[in-house]
Design a binder for this molecule. Structure first.
Ligand code: FAD
Length: 323
């Protein structure tokens, strides 16, 4: 299956149930790293169980003090003989407690002059001694998906678990995100589409001042604007995903799609709740869940601000701001 097809499936799941959609589609999140940079042995051993639904994986980049600034990751992997010994803490890891193996971004070359050449990606099987995952509670939305804190205490993995090149982890994850961000766009567009469909049904049925809400011009404009924004976001991400299947990467376009589709999801979910009035605020019509689920697409896999930094950098070059 190509990236574009994966996106279409994502969109359909998120249209109906974002949390379940994430749980199912993110079961392979992280495997793109092996697809893009893994050895033939790693691909043959690790990818088939994922597509057969027999294994779950994850990607652990974020740490308590390293979020948008990926280069500040301090989880340390020290090579000792034929192994790496890993120590550190990761947070917000999707599938952290259920994954069979996780692609972990570790600091391996702290002495490298460039902060972009200090990290490596290491596969860690979750049954290794010294590894502990604790579920994080009280998420605003996507509650069907589990998110965990990971602790590594002298976890030993063989040197063959390195993915790609030592010191190339930052670069590899930037390429990885170019390939996975369209999936988030699909989530956003699916959620917005599903929410809008709920609004359309409601405004046709709900009557006030003797007429259906759908007869008021203010309501009609809202539906027209939502439908147009959703279609614009869909076209942006379709192009980005289609290019990936042609072997081409366009980081600027992908970031435009990620920022825009995330904003549309949040905006549409808000407007849909508003169109439901007080009923929207309550659980009855399921729109408050879409409202809560929407926010995550503006945060994970690059916040909307980071997406704008990438877009601006490609137009203006590197400015003085952190980027
Ligand atoms: C439910 C959930 C699931 C997640 N799943 C995973 C996962 O599977 N694996 C993983 O590794 N991570 C995961 N994450 C983490 C997610 O990718 C990070 O939360 C995100 O990258 C932001 O990092 P942060 O939370 O540390 O925020 P920070 O980086 O501290 O940012 C805080 C705010 O400051 C802004 N900001 C930061 N730097 C700049 C700048 N230079 N210019 C302008 N604004 C800036 C940000 O845009 C944001 O608005 C998940 C998070 C959540 C909530």
């Amino acid at each position: 299956m190509g990236f574009f097809e994966h996106c279409l499936i994502n969109e359909e799941f998120w249209r109906v149930d974002p949390g379940i959609g994430l749980s199912i589609l993110a079961a392979t999140f992280g495997s793109e790293m092996i697809q893009l940079f893994g050895t033939e042995e790693q691909k043959k051993a690790l990818l088939p169980p994922l597509v057969k639904g027999e294994a779950i994986t994850g990607a652990a980049i974020t740490e308590p003090d390293a979020g948008s600034d990926v280069t500040s990751v301090i989880t340390r992997a020290i090579p000792v003989g034929g192994e790496y010994i890993i120590n550190g803490t990761k947070t917000f890891t999707t599938n952290g407690t259920t994954a069979h193996f996780i692609q972990v971004l570790c600091l391996t070359n702290p002495e490298a002059e460039s902060r972009h050449q200090r990290h490596s990606v290491i596969i860690m099987e979750t049954d290794r001694e010294g590894f502990e995952a604790t579920p994080l509670k009280n998420k605003l939305g996507i509650r069907a998906s589990e998110t965990a804190e990971l602790i590594f205490s002298d976890v030993r993995v063989p040197r063959e678990n390195l993915v790609g090149k030592e010191g190339n982890g930052f670069h590899q994850f930037m390429v990885f995100f170019d390939h996975t961000r369209p999936h988030i766009c699909a989530q956003a567009v699916g959620l917005a589409q599903g929410a809008m469909e709920k609004a359309v049904k409601h405004v046709m049925e709900r009557r006030q001042f003797g007429k259906p809400l759908a007869s008021f011009q203010a309501t009609r404009f809202k539906i027209a604007e939502m439908a147009t924004r959703i279609e614009a976001a869909r076209n942006l991400y379709h192009k980005a995903a289609w290019l990936l299947d042609q072997g081409k990467t366009d980081s600027k376009l992908t970031s435009m799609a990620k920022w825009y589709s995330g904003e549309i999801a949040v905006r549409v979910a808000d407007e849909v709740l508003q169109l439901h009035g007080g009923y929207g605020y309550m659980g009855d019509y399921d729109v408050e869940r879409f409202y809560r689920d929407a926010k995550i697409v503006e945060i994970y896999e690059g916040t909307k601000e980071i997406e704008k930094l990438i877009i601006a950098r490609s137009i203006l070059g590197r400015g003085s701001s952190a980027s």
